[in-house]
Design a protein around this ligand. Structure first.
Ligand code: NAD
Ligand code: UD1
Length: 349
């Protein structure tokens, strides 16, 4: 089956591409390179040859999703029946919460505008299967127990609003009744880690605000210390608790979602992808230090605006429906991230 991965050169997309190739899918990528680097292609190919995977070469199209003519060209090029695009994994989008507050127009235009163009072209070419990279950020909760898919949707920043809007749009498309759509919104919790080769990982172009890239900077001695946002949350040790999930477990979830969709007639699903295990900031620092034999100095500062104390997935739907099971521990995430950081301390620059 031929699968188009939008944003396939980014952090999560590149790991999904690799997993698709390993599972004998044919892979096409559309990426504008706005937050990625074409060096990732060489490294995916390196991993493929190191593992002696007998796969077809990926086809890469450097294009912005909003370029409808380009999208049409790509779908037309692959419109011969037996080899047409069977499904889209839609990872392309802007993802910085901070930037989204200052640039809501860019975020809405890219994340929502880009998806509308994509769905329009997919419909035109009779491609009706899509897996969308959604986010736990759309939930308006985060201080109690496990969050399931029926929790209130109430995003508090423009980035989250665009994710919720895309989910809403996809639901309308599904219920339009025009076509037999198969749609899965995968709501990621906190993706981290890297491929175990250390050849692909997270390489953001701008300033990273998430904890893993910041811990790496401290470990690499590019930053003095980690500022911990609050030590008075109602959590096990007072620091924020999150559900970190290894990017390879996440990638495997996409393959299973794809296989699931291949066996149903029509479907609209929202599914959490998280480990279901909460880890506090202090626990994360301890594991990172011990796993990698590095120092992570820290200090406590005030809470970050818009933060939550406890965000952990109820992942039972992914486990029962997709037969998915996260296999990698926090220790794996820390070790794999560090391996990538040692090989590429500045990312792909
Ligand atoms: P990323 O920035 O590394 O990857 C996104 C890719 O999309 C980049 O390669 C970028 O160049 C490309 N892109 C952006 N806009 C595009 C456009 N209009 N046309 C074509 N390509 C475009 O981000 P990521 O961490 O890999 O995230 C992938 C998806 O998962 C995003 O949609 C993000 O919102 C979502 N997500 C990420 C996280 C996370 O913590 N990383 C959590 C939840 C959801
Ligand atoms: C953040 C975003 C969320 C987005 C997600 C993935 C906010 C409020 N939330 O989530 O919308 O979907 O990233 O991109 O920005 N921490 C520190 N010091 C730091 C950085 C983080 O103590 O320098 C703590 C946070 O308070 C939190 C934990 O580490 O408890 C994880 O933070 P982060 O990696 O930013 O993820 P989220 O807060 O889950």
């Amino acid at each position: 089956m031929k699968v188009l991965v939008t944003g396939g050169l980014g952090f999560i997309g590149s790991h999904i591409c690799l997993e698709l190739l390993s599972n004998n899918f044919e892979v096409l990528v559309v990426d504008s390179l706005i937050n990625s680097n074409s060096l990732v292609i060489d490294n995916i190919n390196k991993i493929v040859s190191q593992n002696k995977l007998n796969v077809r070469k990926m086809r890469i199209y450097e294009a912005d999703l909003r370029d409808e003519c380009k999208l049409i060209d790509i779908f037309r090029e692959h419109s011969i029946k037996e080899s047409s695009i069977g499904a889209v994994i839609h990872c392309a989008g802007l993802k910085s919460v901070n930037d989204s507050v200052g640039s809501p127009i860019d975020y809405w235009a890219n994340n929502v505008g880009g998806t509308i163009k994509l769905i329009k072209v997919m419909e035109e070419f009779g491609c009706n299967t899509i897996i969308f990279s959604s986010s736990a950020t759309i939930y308006g909760v985060g201080d109690g127990g496990l969050i399931n898919e029926n929790a209130t949707i109430n995003p508090i920043n423009p980035y989250g609003q665009t994710k919720a809007a895309v989910e809403r749009f996809l639901k309308d498309v599904f219920y339009s009744g025009n076509q037999k759509w198969k749609i899965v919104n995968l709501r990621y919790f906190n993706p981290t880690g890297a491929h175990k080769s250390g050849l692909i990982g997270e390489s953001p172009k701008g300033l990273a605000n998430n904890i893993f890239p910041i811990i790496s900077k401290v470990a690499l001695k590019k930053k003095d210390k980690l500022k911990i946002f609050g030590n008075n949350w109602d959590t096990k040790d007072g620091t924020g608790v999150r559900d970190y999930i290894h990017v390879m477990d996440l990638a495997e979830g996409h393959i299973l979602a794809l296989k699931y969709l291949n066996n149903v007639k029509e479907e609209f699903l929202n599914i959490n992808l998280g480990n279901g295990i909460g880890t506090s900031v202090l626990e994360l620092i301890k594991t990172y230090q011990e796993s990698n034999n590095v120092e992570i100095p820290f200090e406590f500062v005030g809470r970050r605006k818009g933060d939550f104390g406890h965000v952990v997935a109820d992942n039972s739907k992914a486990i029962s429906l997709l037969k998915w099971k996260p296999k990698r521990s926090i220790k794996d995430m820390c070790k794999d991230s560090w391996r990538w950081n040692l090989l590429y301390p500045n990312g792909y620059v």
